[in-house]
Every structure is written in C-alpha cells, then in structure tokens.
Design a protein around this ligand. Structure first.
Ligand SMILES: Nc1ncnc2c1ncn2[C@@H]1O[C@H](COP(=O)(O)OP(=O)(O)OP(=O)(O)O)[C@@H](O)[C@H]1O
Length: 399
C-alpha cells in the first residue's frame, strides 16, 4: 500500500524536504550527502571575489545568482547565494545535496562546473562556472527570426541529452529540466549548453521507490501529479516538453490556470499541427517522450540514437551550424534572467503559477510580445510549483 502524500506539500524549496530525512519520507535516501569533495570555505567571499555590478543573473525563491570575478585570477564566475534558513527552518542539508550532486557531475562538460563553496552564518555561496550565453528560454520565446532554427534545436538537444544521459548513468534525476535551467556558454556563436540547478534533483536508490510532488507545472510528468514512482523517465517527459518549446516557442501543456495545465498533462492534450512542427521525425521524437506510461518513454541514450538527431549529424557539422547562426545577425548580449532584480530581498513568489501562465501563454511565437514590456514587475518567472490545495481536492478536480 502506497503511503498517502503529506496533506500539504509545501514549497519545494521549503524545509519539507529537510525534515523529510526520516523513514516516513520515501525520498529520504535520495538526498546525496556522502560525496562532497569541494571544501566548504569560511573565508570572506567578498575579500576573494568582486561582485560585478549590474543586474543579477537570476534568482529563485531562496537564491540569488550574481556575476563575480575572482580577484586572484580575473576569471568570471556565477555566484549562487543560497539562504540556509527558509521559512524558519534550517535547510543547509538541501544545499549540501546540491553541492554533492555538482561534485558527482563535475566530469561532465554538459553540466555546470562547481568551482568553490563559501559559507557564512546565514548563507552558502556556490561559485559556479559562468554561462555567458544566458538561458535557452530567452531564445525559445524570441521572435521567429531570432528563435532557434530546427538545426540549432537538434544540435542543442543532442548536448542536453548527453548531459541527461550522464546524470541517469549516475542514478541522478534532475526533476526540474526546463529552458530556464539550460544555459549557454555563449549566444553567438551558439555555444555549448550547461545544465544548472540541482536543487530538486534526487538520487535513485535500488529497491527504493521515490515519490515526490514538485517541479515546474508546465514541465512535470503525469507520475509527479499522480504521486507515482519517479524514475529517469520523469526527466525524459520534461525533455519532450523542452523539445516542443524549443521548436515552437510555445509551452505544450500550459493552460489558463493551474488546474487546466495539470489536466492537459494528465490527458496529454497536445497540438502537433503548428507550422514549426512540419518535420515528422521531430514529431516522432517528441511523441516518444510525451507518453503517460513512464516505462514506454524513450531513454536519453535512445533519444541520442533517434533518427531526428541522426539526420542532423549526417547533414551538418557543428561548424556549419555555428557559422550559419552567426550570419543571422542575432548576436546580442546575453539577456539577464527576467527574474532578475536588483533587490537583495527574497523575490515575491506568491502566485507562482499565475506568473508562469502570464509569461508564456500565447498562441505562437510571433505574437508573443516582449515579456519584459508586458510584465515589467515580473520578478519570479516560472517558479517551481507547490500543491497549495490538499491533494484530494486536486484529484477530484483533475482526475
Ligand atoms: N552558472 C551560471 N551562469 C549564468 N547564469 C546562471 C548560472 N547559474 C544560474 N544562472 C541564472 O540564474 C537563474 C537561477 O539559477 P538557479 O536555477 O540555479 O537558481 P534557483 O534559485 O534554484 O532557481 P529556480 O527556483 O528558478 O529553479 C538561472 O535560471 C540562470 O538564469
């Protein structure tokens, strides 16, 4: 008998997970702590680094990411400042988990590299490799002539899959794969991708089921909504959503509200008729992932062998693509995240889902106006979701 989920699952960055290191939490052993290699320094970060003035690179509910420069080397990094206390609870262990995962993945060049870690009384600072090209998200919602071409999408998707395959080989599930968490080392020429944000990631343990209710609404798999076991296939669903978004500029399951989004996911209401989806191989690729039954979804390795990605490998070399992109004159400085703010305060993430909806709803890419113009005050874009309602009411509504 599956234990019922906790009646109110609070924010995924809250301390529910910290407190959850108990027998009652099926994900307890999914937190990785035994692998930390990076020393946790107590020297003053500000004495060793200059924070580069200007907009933040991004911010989440309990983290702010800023550009900085190591004084001794002049090298630029992205410093992620994470609060240890969240909603009155000590969440240091969550940060340690993120560090442990980054330590485990530091041999993959598809995953952001962790340089150093600093700790103060109130926060931890993860000094990360700086991905200067910004979020893949920015180009997903760009005007048609600035958005990714299909060849670019294939090239980027291959890299994303290499990173995800690496994670899965190491029994790590990311659980928050979305265009905001796929960064580029440069925008033009189109650089390499770097997967970031392992705050929700989990280690899969043999003989132990993992069930959690968390993620970002538009990208979560049906098993998350149903509180069914999580596996590497859960990430593969998000890869399907990601591929759809990168090709079309629209979010395939996004509804008018949270309930509609969840209903669309659970019923797999998806439109494959858009102009950008003329390529049958691309549709087949996405369809091999957006399948309700997790075991039936393609794995990352299988996706890498999919004919949609193979076609590109035969037709074009990476150099061709890079020069093609540069010719299109969309060289622009990396856009800071729309969630940026100059304030040091925690961002207001009150109605997370409403902001997501407001941002990405739109029939097709050309009609999506600049979100910054539309929502000048938007500080929290596409936040992770929490079930505010008791799950029973959700189940009644959706299923
Ligand atoms: N290494 C990096 N280089 C450049 N920008 C970065 C880097 N790491 C993070 N960012 C920017 O900061 C944003 C937030 O980072 P991250 O997702 O790690 O924080 P978070 O608090 O866990 O956010 P969220 O709650 O949105 O998941 C990213 O989406 C990205 O725009």
């Amino acid at each position: 008998m599956i234990p019922p989920p906790s009646p109110r699952v609070t924010d995924t960055r809250s301390c529910t997970r910290c407190r959850g290191q108990t027998e009652t939490n099926p994900g307890a052993t999914a937190i990785l702590l035994d692998n930390i290699k990076t020393p946790i320094r107590t020297e003053s970060f500000k004495e060793l680094y200059n924070v580069i003035p200007g907009k933040e690179l991004g911010r989440g509910k309990f983290a702010i990411v800023k550009r900085c420069m190591e004084k001794s080397t002049g090298t630029e990094y992205a410093a992620k400042f994470l609060k240890k206390r969240r909603k009155g609870q000590d969440c240091r262990v969550e940060v340690l988990h993120e560090i442990a995962v980054l330590d485990l993945t530091n041999t993959s060049h598809r995953i952001i590299n962790l340089h150093q870690v600093y700790e103060t009384l109130t926060e931890m600072v993860l000094v990360l490799e700086y991905a200067a090209g910004g979020e893949v998200f920015n180009q997903c919602v760009a005007e048609r002539d600035e958005a990714f071409s299909q060849e670019e999408v294939k090239w980027l998707m291959r890299q994303i899959l290499e990173g995800v395959a690496f994670l899965h080989r190491n029994n790590i599930v990311h659980l928050d794969l979305k265009p905001q968490n796929i960064l580029l080392t440069s925008a033009c020429p189109l650089g390499d991708i770097k997967i970031v944000d392992f705050g929700l990631s989990r280690r899969l343990c043999q003989n132990q089921e993992l069930r959690e209710i968390m993620g970002t609404p538009e990208y979560v798999a049906p098993e998350i909504l149903n509180y069914e076991p999580i596996s590497t296939a859960t990430d593969m669903w998000s890869i399907g959503v990601l591929a759809y978004m990168m090709l079309t500029g629209t979010s395939p399951f996004l509804g008018e509200d949270k309930q509609e989004t969840f209903l669309n996911i659970s019923q797999i209401n998806i439109d494959y008729t858009g102009n950008e989806l003329q390529d049958l191989s691309a549709i087949h690729f996405i369809q091999s992932l957006l399948i309700k039954e997790p075991k039936s979804r393609a794995t990352a390795e299988e996706c890498l062998r999919h004919h949609w990605l193979q076609e590109q490998a035969q037709k074009k070399t990476e150099e061709n693509i890079t020069s093609e992109i540069c010719q299109r004159e969309h060289a622009k400085p990396a856009q800071p995240s729309l969630s940026s703010s100059s304030s040091e305060e925690e961002g207001p993430v009150v109605e997370e889902l409403m902001v997501v909806s407001a941002y990405t709803t739109g029939p097709c890419r050309p009609t999506v106006p600049n979100p910054e113009t539309l929502f000048p005050d938007a500080k929290a874009i596409s936040k992770r979701f929490t079930f505010e309602e008791p799950r029973c009411s959700l189940q009644k509504t959706i299923f």
